[in-house]
Structures are given as C-alpha cells and as structure tokens.
Design a protein around this ligand. Structure first.
Ligand code: TYM
Length: 332
C-alpha cells in the first residue's frame, strides 16, 4: 500500500516554488492515495522564530493547502507539534544517523552560513526529524521540490540502517515524487538562486497572497536577457532566467516547456511577460483570496488542524509503539 506524506515549513512568504514544486502536487495525489500533509512547525524553530508570527504562519500553511484544493475530508492536514510521536522517533533517529551523514547536508551548510558554531543543534539534526515525520507513518512516497532530494536520500539511509541494526524490515525505503515542469523554481532576480521564503528581496518571489498588481510588478521587473525566446528547449541552456520563466509558464498552463516554446518562439519578453502575468493572476488570484478568507476565520482552520492531528495520532500510535518495542523500551 502507498501512503503519501509531505510538509511545508511555516516560515511565511509561501511562494510560487512551494506551490508548483509541492502543494499543487499534494492536491493531485489525494484522489488516488492516503495523504498526510503537515505544517512542520518544529522545523520552523530551528532558526529563531517569533511565537506570534509562528502561530499565524502555521495557519497560513494550512490555509494554503486548503485554498489550493487539499480536501481535509480526504487528506489529513495537521501541525507537526500536535503529534508527539514525531519528536519521539526523531530522538531515536538521532541515535541511528551518523555525524558523517549530516555533515554532508547542503541545506545545513547554506542555512548555517559562515557562523556554523552559532547554529542551533536543531538545525543540524533537522534531517533526522524530517525522516521521523515521514517514517512515523511508514509513508512510502513523498512529493517535494528538487531541493529536498538529499534529505530524502538520508531518510532512506536512516530507514535502512535501523532495519539492519535491529534485523527487522520495519521501515519502508521512501520514494521522492518530484514531478511537473517547475520542480526547482528560481529567484526572479537571479536565475542561479532558488526562489526562497527567506530571500531579503520581495521581488525575488511571487507569493500565494500577492494580488494582480504585485504579480504584474514583480514579473515586469523579473530579470531576463535581451534575446527572444527560442524554438527549441536546448537553446534555453545558458539562459537561466528565460528558462525559469518558461518553466513557470508551462507548469501554470499544465503544458510542457516545449509546447510553450512552440507557442512563443521568436517572441520578446515584452510579449511573454504580460502573457505570463495574465496566467499567473488567473491561477493565483482565487488561491490568494481564499487564503485570506480562511486566515480571517482561524477557528475553521484550527478545527481542520485539530481533526487532522487526531487522525495522524491514530496512525502513528501503533507504529511508534512497535519501534519502541524493537528498540527495547518497556511498553505497556
Ligand atoms: P520548505 O518549507 O522549504 O518547502 C516546502 C516545499 O516546497 C518545495 N520548494 C520548492 N519547489 C520548487 N522550487 C522552489 N524554489 C522551491 N522551494 C521550496 C520544497 O521542495 C518542499 O517540497 N524540509 C522541508 C519540509 C519538511 C518535509 C518533511 C517535506 C519537513 N519534513 C517531510 C517532506 C517530508 C522544507 O524545508 O520544505
């Protein structure tokens, strides 16, 4: 049986990359699989996070899921900290994962920057908690953007080592689900950098809450090059900003990048950008306004999270119990 798990950090500024790389795919999977989607609030405090902002950002992630079409009756939507088994399994994984494995994690290196001595221990152990998020449900498939690939490889290593050490086939080896035409959306200001929630420039990303004016302004200012769009995909090589905008268009239009190039071959960005703006406004307008409506009604969002946490706890309970028994803890 397949079970899907994925999560988004409640760190504000949810953007086009989060949507096209992950959230949109969550919606597409829910008709065929049992899906568990989480606002990973324990991950969010690995760097300093204002408590008031955190509370609002957890609701923002839940609102983004719902507004994008995640159906809380079909899928489980909840906040990570509400299910204690994540933290319990994470500790056990802290004792399974090796320092050498974590030392290779590029996300830690990027986030800790030069001042590594001052990074939190939580930021370093982050991938172990991520493995626990997934494996505490014995999830088999994880829809994510490309940047999470390395973390999922580590999740497999942890599952394998646990299974080997305790001589039991307890955890599945998870498969990443990375699909669509925009699995790595780049910054609108710099085609060599990933679009991210933490980029200091608002112009680097389109957020799910941006209205038509903001979307249009940001795309107008998006960096491009002076050449018209080519006919063939391979001719986008070496043109990261152009490739990024074509990828975004294709993903939003639900077409391939080649189809988009056929449509726009020879066009200047002065033609392409307004078309992209129109498409983005059409797709994001309803999501942003539904998110705002939901955020104005936190009691509904909170009730969805509460119900989701109960259902998640019920799935995790026998699994964490089994793990504790295997490890040798006394269970009642
Ligand atoms: P986070 O919160 O950074 O991002 C949430 C999801 O959005 C995807 N994503 C992108 N996709 C395409 N282009 C981009 N520029 C872009 N930026 C982000 C991410 O790949 C992710 O799928 N560690 C995770 C959260 C997490 C998790 C988990 C995910 C915690 N536990 C268990 C899956 C399973 C993270 O920081 O995602």
């Amino acid at each position: 049986m397949s079970r899907i798990f994925s999560g988004v950090q409640p760190t504000g500024n949810l953007h086009l990359g989060n949507y096209l790389g992950a959230i949109r795919n969550f919606v597409r999977l829910q008709d065929d699989y049992e899906c568990i989607y989480c606002a990973v609030d324990m991950h969010a405090i690995t760097v300093w996070k204002d408590p008031k902002e955190l509370r609002s950002n957890i609701r923002e992630v839940a609102a983004a899921y719902l507004a994008s079409g995640v159906d809380p009756k079909k899928s489980i939507v909840f906040a990570q900290s509400a299910v204690a088994a994540h933290a319990e399994l994470a500790w056990i994984f802290n004792c399974v994962a090796r320092l050498g494995w974590l030392n290779r994690m590029t996300q830690f290196k990027e986030k800790a920057g030069k001042n590594r001595e001052n990074a939190s221990v939580g930021l370093y152990a982050y991938p172990n908690l991520m493995a626990a998020d997934i494996l505490v449900y014995k999830a088999t498939h994880v829809p994510v953007g490309e940047d999470q690939k390395q973390h999922l490889e580590l999740t497999r290593d942890i599952a394998q080592k646990f299974n080997n050490d305790y001589e039991i086939e307890l955890f599945p080896l998870v498969e990443p689900l990375i699909f669509g035409e925009a699995t790595r959306v780049m910054s609108l200001r710099d085609g060599s950098k990933k679009m991210s929630k933490s980029d200091p420039s608002d112009y680097s990303r389109i957020t799910l809450m941006d209205g038509p004016d903001e979307i249009s302004k940001k795309l107008r200012k998006a960096r491009t090059d002076p050449e018209p769009l080519p006919e063939k995909l391979e001719d986008l090589e070496g043109r990261p900003e152009a490739a990024n905008l074509v990828g975004i268009y294709a993903a939003l239009a639900d077409k391939t990048r080649s189809e988009i190039l056929q449509e726009f071959a020879g066009s200047q960005f002065s033609t392409f950008k307004p078309a992209l703006t129109e498409l983005a406004v059409e797709k994001f307008g309803p999501i942003g306004s539904e998110m705002k409506r939901l955020m104005d009604d936190p009691s509904y969002v909170d009730s969805v999270l509460k119900d989701g946490a109960e259902r998640a706890r019920a799935i995790a309970a026998p699994i964490i119990r089994e793990v504790k028994e295997v490890v040798g803890f006394l269970t009642d």
